[in-house]
Write a protein that binds this ligand. Structure first.
Ligand code: NAP
Length: 253
């Protein structure tokens, strides 16, 4: 049956940035689709755990600051002790620093690139070496952005990092598709989460953005869950290296 292709029963998903926003949404949706979920974040994921369990799912957590130099090793060590296998990785954790290009400090630049770009590559590499390549199966979903396609305003490091996410997605797909690993990305449009609080509080920018979204509203975490389940499941077995925009039509304008 076609709907069976979308089920995640028996799969284990590791989702970074799982305490809030889109990451929390992925945890709940993947659990509802049948996966065991391991959330990674630098602070308590109690709310996510409660929501996953309310949905009948199983949630375990790894608390680690993903900006620290040994973050990948810590995540992998924890995975080894929490589960037998990992089938799905969602590289969702990300940060944004809003500042004009003329003011960007090296410290802020490195902070954004380190989490949004470098970690995406090296956590994917570690998961592939430990689980996906030996299993000849696995799903990696990277969270890209409208700024994988566009330059944005006052967010140059973020735009650089999210453009890189789209490139990393294609590069890894080229190498790993022959091994049964699907590497794809989702580019969310403008979603009402912590990531966009400052933007939504800026009346002028907020109105300009809303004006340009054909769907006429900000997105919510629920809006991208269908894309997440699709890319995490067998339904997308022949989709490789693609960045799927879920943007209320933003890119179509
Ligand atoms: P969010 O609520 O700010 O979520 C970001 C997540 O990343 C949070 O869980 C955050 O944890 C985590 N994180 C940040 N730094 C971390 C670190 N050093 N170690 C561990 N975790 C860390 O915003 P969101 O919108 O859900 O963002 C999720 C992803 O979607 C990001 O990659 C973002 O760039 C991308 N995205 C969002 C939008 C949008 O419109 N909202 C659009 C395009 C792409 P803390 O709570 O501890 O900070």
């Amino acid at each position: 049956m076609i709907l069976d292709l979308f089920r995640l029963n028996g799969k284990t998903a590791v989702i970074t940035g799982a305490n809030t926003g889109l990451g929390q949404g992925f945890c709940i949706a993947f659990a509802e689709a049948g996966a065991d979920v391991i959330g990674v974040a630098r602070r308590s994921m109690q709310e996510t755990k409660e929501k996953v369990e309310k949905a009948g799912g199983n949630f375990q957590e790894i608390i680690v600051d993903l900006s620290q130099p040994n973050a990948v090793e810590l995540v992998m060590e924890n995975c080894n002790s929490l589960c037998q296998n990992v089938d799905i990785l969602v590289n969702n954790a990300g940060i944004i620093k809003r500042e004009e290009a003329k003011d960007v400090t090296a410290e802020n630049w490195d902070m954004v690139i380190n989490l949004n770009e470098r970690l995406v590559f090296f956590l994917s590499q570690a998961m592939a070496n430990r689980y996906f390549l030996p299993n000849k199966s696995g799903k990696i979903i990277n969270i890209a952005s409208m700024l994988s396609y566009q330059g944005g305003i006052r967010v140059p490091a973020y735009a650089a990092s999210k453009s890189a996410v789209m490139g990393i997605t294609k590069a890894l797909a080229n190498e790993w598709a022959p091994f049964g690993i699907n590497v794809n990305a989702i580019a969310p449009g403008y979603m009402a989460t912590n990531n966009t609080t400052n933007l939504r509080n800026d009346t002028q920018r907020s109105e300009a953005i809303l004006d340009r979204i054909p769907a006429g509203r900000w997105g919510t975490p629920n809006d991208i869950m269908g894309a997440g389940i699709y890319l995490a499941s067998e339904a997308s077995a022949y989709v490789n290296g693609f960045t799927l925009a879920v943007d209320g039509g933003w890119l179509a304008r």
